[in-house]
Write a protein that binds this ligand. Structure first.
Ligand code: HSE
Length: 321
């Protein structure tokens, strides 16, 4: 019987200017595989094993794990559609820290659904799978948004349409930009980071948000990347969330002095990112962030680019898992 492995990359939600509607996948340029993996193979009964550097931060019982919930949800949808399923053994490699702002829950969810869909013969198309991924992500973060699951699944930088199909659009990428990212090591709950936001925004903020997003999409399509960078400002969440992030203002000042074109919070934090025009500048910013933004031994920095490849499903030798 076949066995498969799905790797789902880390991602930046919001990318500063697109709260809940814009996201980007991340790939460290040194080849580090920054993302969760789910392996799947046939079994007599369903089981989930959790391994990896952040496994110990998850609840101990498999029933509470989001990957188990993905399996049950997937099987329910298959049953409703009259399609057969069978028990499987899943292994989650929890490589991303929880509450990091790197789309950690999305990465587990996307890897799980991608593995399940491939294992059962690809019964669901891209938009249907993304819808399922968004539903499960909503159970964790308190609201359905696709800004992590979409780029994690599809790669690239994705803009959510608000429609069922296509659920997301891929934006052009600047292949010369490098993203210095730094996870500080502390955990920020997405639902808590959403609770501190005002429930409404004023007219001036709404106009700035809409203008920036429009200009950004135009600028990417026009290849005017300095114009695109000039509107990468978060007017919705950062003013409230940065109080949760020790060292945030100093990190921005350093990054901008070092030549970063934009600086912001990845998702709901505490990870921050700096968009740099050269790898040397990104290395410099990453070094600063490692020294000054990291709070404990769980923290790390990487210099990344946005990969066009999203989730990757590969065959594995069953004796390897
Ligand atoms: N758009 C989400 C937020 C990303 O900022 O709350 C985190 O899941």
């Amino acid at each position: 019987m076949k066995a498969l492995r799905a790797f789902a990359p880390a991602s930046i939600g919001n990318v500063s200017l697109g709260f809940d509607v814009l996201g980007a996948a991340l790939a460290p340029v040194d080849g580090t595989r920054l993302g969760d993996e789910v392996e799947i193979k046939a079994a007599e009964h369903f089981s989930l094993d959790v391994l990896g550097p952040f496994a110990h931060k998850l609840p101990g019982d498999a029933d509470s794990n989001i990957v188990t919930k993905c399996y049950h949800y997937f099987c329910e949808q298959m049953e409703k559609a009259g399609k057969p399923t069978s028990p499987v053994a899943l292994t989650l490699h929890k490589n991303l820290p929880i509450g990091s702002g790197l789309g950690s829950s999305a990465s587990s969810i996307v890897a799980a659904f991608a593995a399940l869909n491939a294992y059962f013969g690809n019964p669901y198309d891209e938009d249907t799978l993304l819808f399922m991924m968004g539903e499960l992500e909503g159970q964790i973060s308190g609201s359905v948004h696709y800004d992590n699951v979409a780029p994690c699944y599809l790669g690239g930088m994705t803009l959510m349409t608000g429609a069922a199909a296509p659920l997301t659009l891929s934006l052009p990428l600047n292949k010369d930009w490098y993203y210095a990212i730094c996870y500080s090591g502390i955990s920020v709950s997405t639902s808590a980071a959403r609770d501190i936001l005002p429930k409404q925004v004023d007219m001036a903020t709404a106009l700035t948000f809409g203008r920036q997003l429009g200009v950004f999409v135009h600028a990417l399509h026009a290849g005017d990347f300095s114009l695109a960078a000039s509107v990468m400002k978060d007017v919705i969440a950062e003013p409230y969330r940065k109080s949760l992030l020790p060292g945030f203002d100093d990190a921005r000042v350093y990054s901008e002095q070092a030549g970063a074109l934009a600086f912001g919070i990845s998702g709901s934090g505490p990870t921050v990112f700096a968009v740099c025009p050269t790898k040397e500048q990104a290395d410099d910013v990453a070094e600063y962030l490692t020294k000054h933004y990291i709070q404990n031994e769980d923290g790390f920095s990487h210099v990344c680019q946005i990969p066009t490849q999203g989730t990757l499903v590969t065959d594995v030798n069953v004796t390897d898992i």
